[in-house]
Design a binder for this molecule. Structure first.
Ligand code: NZQ
Ligand code: ZN
Length: 391
């Protein structure tokens, strides 16, 4: 096991009606004014935004609102948010939504206290030294941004979708997690979120670091619970128990717990970010396409964790099977599981019928360098093989 620091400082407030506490939580975390960020309208239609505003009013907190964050959020709205804050003090940025809204809020929080353009952080030209506090009312368990120190923004001018990591500054100070807020999610978004959280665990699980039994078994336990609860959520979308389990799983998958002491990989995420940058696909659905292809290619070169995943998570029997048969059966069961949730596992099924593989490979290595990943180091020959296999 490698040396590590594990810090998950966010105050998670979980359960029914917890959004009513948002005003008090903003006060507790030092706000004297709030900028609410939200998405394309689901929080308005459900009445959540009204309830949040009422709680802020009851707490005596003035607020402004900025809506319209799109999935795969873009840089322009971040700049608009930063411009709203000029000359204001004591601001807390409150994200009411999912990963796209939270990541926009984080970008505004960092950009508001920086003299240059916020994109400098994403382009690697500047490091975040301070940021405004971000609070969250989560409406979709998926990206795990409520507990992560990351923010992913697309620059529409360059076409780059870049993940920025700055845990000291970007972890939310609080996150309200009411599973009932997720009842209105369409099945495709629910399923895509489930896939995303599973891949957040896989990115950490596939490691060459030795002696990681404790972290591996935590990861396997969370994965088994997701696999058990996911069909229940899709069968009964307004059943509190499965929604609650999936919501908490999404946080545990990405706050770092499932990767303590591991060298992590993240190649599948980098490859998917190019797919959503170029074709605007839903991130989790894109991962359902990329990850099985990644697994098939890397496990030929490094079979150890693929066998462990197949046996410990997908219950593939080992008796009488060769290692490559165990791996193939594991990949088959993973794909079948995602299909059963209504997810695509090829680009064709995703609606990308004529992918520009040259552009995907080039953009990937321009943004992320070469090689990428750590479980198996991937040069452009191997990333091309993975994209081709995912067609
Ligand atoms: O915009 P609205 O109208 O709110 O609709 C959203 C959006 O269309 C809808 N939705 C959310 N909650 C809902 C709801 N619809 C009905 N009822 C509700 N309760 O769902 C759609 C997707 O929302 P989005 O925020 O985009 O989803 P998600 O949480 O999956 O976030 C995806 C983004 O996060 C990034 C992804 O790359 C992508 O840009 N990621 C961020 C990470 C991080 N910051 O740590 C890590 C992840 O790996 C990921 O890369
Ligand atoms: Zn993800």
């Amino acid at each position: 096991m490698n040396n590590f620091t594990f810090c998950s400082p966010t105050e998670f407030v979980f359960g029914r009606d917890t959004e009513q506490q948002v005003g008090q939580l903003c006060l507790k975390h030092g706000a004297s004014r709030v900028l609410i960020i939200y998405g394309g309208g689901s929080a308005v239609r459900s009445g959540l935004l009204d309830r949040v505003q009422q709680s802020l009013t009851e707490a005596g907190l003035p607020f402004d609102t900025l809506g319209g964050v799109k999935p795969n959020p873009e840089d322009d709205l971040v700049r608009e948010g930063i411009a709203c804050l000029v000359g204001q003090e004591g601001i807390l940025i409150l994200a009411v939504g999912g990963g796209s809204v939270i990541d926009t809020a984080k970008a505004i929080a960092a950009g508001a206290l920086y003299d240059g353009d916020f994109w400098d952080f994403y382009a690697g030209k500047a490091k975040i030294e301070r940021a405004l506090p971000v609070g969250v009312v989560l409406t979709i368990p998926a990206a795990g941004s409520e507990g992560s120190g990351n923010s992913v923004i697309t620059n529409t001018a360059t076409g780059q979708k870049i993940s920025l990591r700055s845990p000291e500054h970007l972890r939310p100070v609080f996150a309200i997690m009411n599973p009932e807020l997720t009842y209105t999610l369409p099945p495709y978004q629910t399923a895509s979120g489930i896939c995303d959280m599973m891949v957040h665990i896989f990115e950490r699980y596939f490691t060459n670091t030795p002696d990681t039994s404790i972290t591996d078994h935590v990861a396997e336990g969370v994965l088994r619970s997701i696999i058990e609860q996911a069909p229940l959520v899709l069968q009964a979308p307004t059943d509190y128990g499965p929604r609650a389990n999936i919501m908490w799983a999404g946080m545990l998958a990405h706050n770092g717990l499932c990767g303590t002491g591991h060298e992590e990989d993240w190649a599948s995420h980098f490859m998917e970010h190019e797919l959503s940058a170029l074709y605007g696909v839903t991130h989790g659905a894109g991962l359902a396409v990329i990850f099985p292809a990644w697994l098939a290619v890397v496990s030929v070169r490094n079979p150890r964790k693929a066998i462990q995943l197949a046996t410990n998570v997908f219950d593939v029997p080992t008796f009488g099977l060769r290692p490559e048969q165990i791996i193939a059966e594991g990949i088959h069961r993973l794909r079948a599981f995602w299909h059963s949730l209504g997810l695509p596992t090829t680009m064709h099924e995703l609606g990308v019928t004529d992918p520009d593989i040259d552009a995907l490979v080039n953009n990937l290595h321009v943004t992320k360098g070469e090689p990428i990943g750590s479980y198996v180091r991937l040069d452009r020959t191997l990333t091309r093989e993975i994209y081709e296999l995912a067609r």
